[in-house]
Design a protein around this ligand. Structure first.
Ligand SMILES: [Zn+2]
Length: 425
């Protein structure tokens, strides 16, 4: 119940293959599929699981310990099937590529290049290598580079795979010194409502609302619109390279700001007793019922998941757990009396049709998110709320943090470098 978890991260990268033998990696992923299929087939036949790795390895045209990793993953799928009856039995007849799972320094290796890139070498087949460079999110690259230098991190297994036809490498890293507290062992639950131009936070404990905060970031919305207009203009005159440059700048600007906002959120959460951060699980929304234009707008207007990810990631460095809830009705429910109707909300104003409660609507949404977080993940009761504190607003300005302290934990040293990409280049 109160077990803390090791801080394990899976870092996802695009794999820019530079050794001109991408087909070798494809072949290896197909071979990985046949290893998987053969393992499942033997397990279904009732062959002793301890005997399976050697039997499969003899026929596989892969590096031996890579074969063993794939076999172990297949047996893991079988074990899941037996433990949870409603899982379908794994298939041994599918075809197509399957992730090539490899041990660090055995099936694959990483190194830093003189340019500061991370180079990868995958032993796709015995004595045959695929070489390339990892590309992707700055946050992920920074952790990986930190892992090279720091004894605090272990680089673990990786999976090479094809996603939408593109090669990717997913690397597992473990922080050996830090742990993340079990989310069920929390005393304060912080609901985070992410919007196009702000993020609203409410901290709830058993005693009621501990504090609320709205962090405004209108410049992100403003800059995105500005870049959008500029990109359209150059696109219309056929200047694709300028278009791509602008897109890159916009992306760096937005990422940089989201990193700062996420750092601010985590810093604010640290003041509370045993905090747990709760987000809306936006991926549940797409296939779900009609959440109204507000939700649709939110989905398309800001990289919400990036902000959630950055926050969750930075929080884990502080040992703070993250939980996710279904976003249904979080913006329509009255945080005081619970009455739920879409008409309760009119843009930024919330007025309950039942009890008359009025408030900043994003703030009410963050209360509802915290309430769901308590209901779903804590064994203590949601406090009765008679009133909510006045909303405190903080605006972030283009020059950086107005009042936000910077998180300066030693392990985030490499990570702090996210400011190094200039925001006004
Ligand atoms: Zn009400």
């Amino acid at each position: 119940m109160t077990d803390s978890q090791a801080l394990v991260k899976t870092l996802d990268f695009q794999l820019d293959i530079q050794s001109d033998n991408e087909s070798l990696l494809r072949d290896a992923c197909l071979e990985s599929r046949s290893v998987y299929n053969e393992t499942i087939r033997l397990a279904k036949q009732g062959v002793d699981w301890d005997a399976i790795p050697d039997r499969v390895a003899d026929d596989a045209n892969l590096v031996k310990n890579t074969t063993q990793r794939v076999v172990a993953k297949a047996l893991g799928a079988m074990e899941n099937h037996y433990e949870y009856d409603d899982f379908g039995q794994p298939s041994h007849t599918k075809d197509g590529a399957y992730p090539l799972r490899a041990n660090y320094e055995e099936g694959y290796n990483l190194s830093l290049t003189d340019d500061g890139d991370v180079a990868v070498r995958i032993s796709a087949k015995p004595y045959k290598h695929v070489k390339g460079v990892l590309q992707g999110d700055d946050a992920h690259l920074d952790i990986l580079k930190t892992a090279f230098e720091s004894d605090e991190w272990n680089i673990g297994t990786a999976e090479a795979l094809f996603h939408n036809g593109n090669a990717e490498l997913h690397v597992n890293v473990t922080n050996t010194e830090q742990t993340v507290r079990d989310k069920q062992d929390s005393r304060t639950v912080v609901g985070v409502d992410v919007n196009e131009d702000n993020v609203a936070l409410t901290a709830l404990s058993e005693d009621g609302v501990e504090d609320t905060l709205v962090i405004d970031f209108p410049e992100i919305k403003f800059e995105r619109h500005r870049y959008f207009t500029m990109r359209k203009r150059v696109q219309n005159v056929g200047k694709e390279s300028i278009h791509d440059t602008l897109e890159g700048r916009e992306e760096r600007f937005v990422r940089d700001r989201l990193h700062k906002v996420s750092r601010h959120i985590v810093e604010w959460c640290r003041q509370f007793e045993k905090p747990c951060i709760v987000f809306e699980d936006l991926k549940e929304m797409r296939d779900s019922i009609d959440y109204g234009t507000r939700m649709n707008r939110r989905l398309h207007h800001l990289p919400f998941r990036a902000l959630q990810y950055y926050t969750s990631y930075k929080a884990s460095f502080e040992g703070i757990p993250t939980a996710w809830i279904n976003p249904e009705y979080t913006s329509q429910r009255c945080p005081i009396c619970g009455y739920t109707e879409r008409a309760n909300r009119n843009k930024k104003r919330f007025r309950c049709r039942s009890c008359g409660h009025q408030d900043h609507s994003d703030c009410g949404a963050s209360v509802n998110i915290a309430v769901k977080g308590i209901e779903n993940h804590q064994d203590w009761n949601v406090p009765a709320l008679n009133s909510l504190p006045t909303v405190r607003k903080v605006r972030r300005q283009a020059s950086g943090a107005v009042d936000a302290p910077t998180v300066t934990h030693p392990t985030v040293r490499g990570y702090q470098a996210d400011g190094r990409v200039g925001v006004s280049d």
